[in-house]
Design a protein around this ligand. Sequence first.
Ligand code: PLP
Length: 441
Amino acid sequence: TRVLDEYESRTRGSLAAFRKAREYLPGGDTRTMTSYDPHPVYFDEGRGVRLRDVDGNWYTDFLANYGALVHGHNHPALLEAVHQRVELGTAPGGPTLSQVEHARRLCERVPSLDTVRYCNSGTEATMWALRAARAFTGRDLVVKISGGYHGTHDWSQVDAFVANGRLFPQHDPELAPATVSHGVPEQVLDSVLSVPYNDLDTARRVLSEWAERVAAVIVEPMLGVGGGIPADPEFLRGLREVTERTGTLLVFDECATFRVGPWQVWHDVRPDMTTFSKIIGGGLPIGVFGGRADVMEIFDPSGPDPVFHASAFGANSLSLAAGIAALDNFGPADIERLNRMGERFRSGLDRVAADAGVAGDAVGCGSISYFHFGSGEIHDAADVAARRAYRADLRRLLHLELLNRGFVTGRHGIMCLSVPTEPSDVDKFTDAFGGALRALR
Ligand code: PLP
């Protein structure tokens, strides 16, 4: 009651906004993930690592729009790039040099990328990568990871959040229907096989049994929305080995994890295709899919039987201008710094949780972290589902209590560091986290 009372008294303007919003937007919002009881905070301004809400409260942002804003808010170089570009028009309806410049940077940075194409979101990027795989291989099935999140198009909604090895989406009672399967046709469910993360034996068995029919297996180097579980490198290498044998394309979804580093180099795995979004658009909408030149050739309109690819705002000049500045202002040294801070961050959270006598673990990799209440090993989404079922009440209150203390996190426990995050922000957050756990215990 105290947490809720304090939250409500701090966020009266947000409540008014929420009431108004519900007149026009079902649930008062557009994203299921950003909706929570009693009402979400409505933000008005972002500066660096700080966010201001409509009531004038300032927060330190440990969510960074689910990792998408690795540069924080209003980074000067990104702002400058957008200002300059906007004067010249936003989307001329034909190719621009900026897509060549952005594509060159990506292809130089990621060794497995021969060529790429653009769209507007991670959802579209994974949709296109899978369509490319189907068109290239002439096969119809897709293998995904239980709890692997690849956006919101139909096939990606299968087993998208938690897993029990079935070929159906799981209904997390905390998630509203929009993020699960209602509305996805049976035929789509039938065309997706899901396997547990980090379980190479099962993946090998499924990929071999269905070898003639599986176009692609899509995997995140770290299960992101599924709970912050880094892949066992042997799992990724094993997927590469079996897919090479079966002629199945291996697709890495790096939409979320690109901010953490060169996974393909670290693990010495060269996927056939990779998808990107979020940080590569510098705060504006973007999606990229690409990889092997012979696969991507199917999009060449001068080819014998090209796959149609359209998007009114794909590769728009504003996203690309921001994206070029984003890539130029987030190099290996920035990644290294944030990742080191992330390690310190997670050990700090573990320490204050232990001091507070609360069972829980900070997991993740580099600048992306999750906190899961409870105890036990976490290898796949089924483990995360069990953790999320444990003390769901505490998780909800912790999220609100952190907001009361001036920190934004994701309501399912995700926390992301960004370029403007300072070590002192991490220390303050860690103290607040410990204080919140002690208060809620
Ligand atoms: N793939 C991954 C790994 C993601 O984390 C996300 C978004 O969280 C997506 C795809 C979908 O991206 P978008 O929300 O831009 O459609």
